[in-house]
Design a protein around this ligand. Structure first.
Ligand code: F6P
Length: 324
């Protein structure tokens, strides 16, 4: 049995832990061979491979990013893309594919499965916005990075009696903002699922200043006011049609300064939330998902996504519907 592995979409801490678990169990327990595909779906599309054996996965458990590289390539949008992938897999003797990714990567996996490719999906994203799984790995690490940042913002905000705004990632899901804000004791938490009233935010900020507190706001990059459009950094879209988000933190800071006469500053955490070593929780979750994925291959249980439900790792029908 020859198994291909790829990581697609935005990278996230824990990807290497999945790859390591898949390869180690696959080689040592089942005697499988592996082929690594470079840069997400671009790898199988172009037949771009990298050697993947036990030696290649040594020491990668604490490493952020992905040793396979990643991209947002969408083969469905490429003329003859699916056929090219099928031909390349056949040419390389790959019997099954493990695709590690978010809603886009897994959406492609589902499409390939419906067209006869043997695929198992492993969910990943710092945004934690996939249904059928209670948590995605990467989320816990991103939240911890956000909490550390807001803890630091508290002390400098108090010293200068300023409003400090921390903009976090999450795309259209407020999970990161909500958890960071709750864990770090933010005064205001703004999430995309609930459009905010800027008058109320300013009112609350003013009341905090009056009681000699420096207000801290955690805002999700996708949050938007009730009467306005979502703040976009550019009109640019990726291959899956997602616009680039960002800029709401600065916009809030400008509005707060204008309306309260107090200083306000914005900090954008950006890709810092995706980089670096995974938390212990994410390493364990990623390892467990990897072990289940290779078991699914052994069982010929294709077209499934492995998932965390409660404390169990289960297999579910692959999905790309985001959880709101
Ligand atoms: O989906 C993960 C994520 O990090 C989102 O939170 C964010 O909006 C997006 O990816 C950023 O994408 P890119 O790395 O392509 O700028």
């Amino acid at each position: 049995m020859r198994v291909g592995v790829l990581t697609g979409g935005g990278d996230c801490p824990g990807l290497n832990a999945v790859i390591r678990a898949v390869v180690r169990k696959g080689v040592q327990v089942f005697g499988y061979e592996f082929v690594g595909f470079r840069a997400g779906w671009r790898g199988p599309l172009e037949g771009d491979t990298v050697a993947l054996d036990v030696q290649a996965v040594r020491g990668i458990l604490p490493r952020g990013g992905t040793i396979l590289g990643s991209s947002r390539t969408n083969p469905i949008k490429v003329e003859g893309g699916v056929e090219r992938i099928k031909d390349n897999l056949a040419g390389l003797g790959v019997d099954a594919l493990i695709a590690i990714g978010g809603e886009d990567t897994l959406g492609v996996a589902r499409e390939l499965h419906s067209r006869g490719v043997h695929v198992v999906g492993v969910p990943k994203t710092i945004d934690n916005d996939l249904n059928a799984t209670d948590y995605t790995f990467g989320f816990d690490t991103a939240v911890n990075i956000g909490v550390e940042a807001v803890d630091r913002l508290h002390t400098t905000a108090e010293s200068h009696h300023r409003a400090l705004i921390c903009e976090v990632m999450g795309r259209h899901a407020g999970w990161i903002a909500l958890h960071v804000g709750m864990a770090a004791g933010a005064n205001v938490i703004l999430i995309p699922e609930r459009p905010f009233d800027i008058d109320k935010v300013v009112e609350y900020v003013e009341s905090r200043f009056k009681t000699r507190y420096a207000p801290i706001i955690v805002v999700s990059e996708g949050a938007h006011p009730i009467d306005g459009q979502m703040q976009l950094q550019t009109g640019e879209r990726d291959a899956f049609g997602h616009v680039r988000l960002g800029g709401i933190g600065q916009r809030l800071a400008d509005e707060i300064e204008k309306r309260t006469g107090k200083e306000a500053r914005a900090t954008v955490l950006g890709h810092i939330q995706r980089g670096g070593t995974p938390s212990a929780f994410d390493r364990v979750l990623a390892t467990r998902l990897g072990l289940q994925a290779i078991d699914a291959v052994r069982d010929g249980d294709y077209g499934k996504m492995v998932a965390l439900q409660g404390t169990d790792i289960v297999r579910v029908a692959s999905t790309r519907r985001p959880r709101s």
